[in-house]
Design a protein around this ligand. Structure first.
Ligand code: ZN
Length: 208
């Protein structure tokens, strides 16, 4: 190892890494990097260790993309779940919200985000193609769109409908019980249960 500073300079590199984080601009990235530089070594290394551990120990289910320890998740493995019904949600927190109800017996598909052009998230950044392949493989009779009831959630649902349209599977959307603009993860069990129970079949997406 040479002692000369060579590009990329470690501090520059840290700033660059922070800049990749959502919602972090150039100024904040710099502030965070200088904070790490000034922190006691143990504190800075604890942050690095926490990042490493979350990536090593928590993975995604290869079937539904819910959190798992790397293999197929407990919900996908459970023998008593209805494998013909798949509830599509934006993030693992939404799975946890629906599971809290205790009434939904189908499986899930976690998109790992939502279509949000302002954050640079397009449909290709989500797990829509994996869902399409999953449905195309057969056995799924109903796909419930459980994205959030707001502009981006509706837009995301439309992308999923379009991807599934050629497959002829029944696609439904959770009902409007959840106040527009509020998030599934914070909805009460009663409201969430009604929204799921009152889901409506959608017409062919091509007619939009
Ligand atoms: Zn799973």
């Amino acid at each position: 190892m040479t002692r000369m500073a060579e590009p990329p300079d470690p501090l520059e590199r840290l700033i660059e890494e922070f800049r990749r984080l959502p919602g972090v601009g150039a100024k904040t990235a710099e502030r965070l990097a200088y904070h790490v530089l000034r922190s006691p070594e143990a504190e800075a290394l604890a942050l690095a260790a926490a990042i490493r551990e979350v990536k090593e120990r928590i993975g995604h289910c290869p079937v539904c993309f819910h959190l798992s320890d790397g293999g197929t998740c407990a919900i996908c493995r459970a023998p008593d779940r209805d494998r013909a019904t798949v509830l599509v949600v934006e993030q693992p927190k939404d799975v946890i919200a629906f599971e809290r109800l205790g009434t939904y017996r189908g499986l899930y598909h976690v998109l790992q985000g939502r279509v949000a052009p302002i954050d640079g998230m397009g449909p290709e950044d989500l797990t829509i193609e994996a869902l399409r392949r999953r449905v195309a493989a057969g056995g799924v009779r109903e796909v419930i769109l459980g994205t959030n009831p707001d502009l981006e959630g509706d837009g995301t649902a439309l992308h999923v409908r379009r991807a599934l349209a050629p497959l002829g599977v029944t696609v439904t959307r959770i009902a409007r019980g959840i106040p527009r603009g509020s998030a599934i993860e914070f909805a009460s069990n009663v409201i969430l249960g009604d929204a799921l129970e009152g889901r409506q079949a959608l017409a062919d997406a091509e007619r939009d």
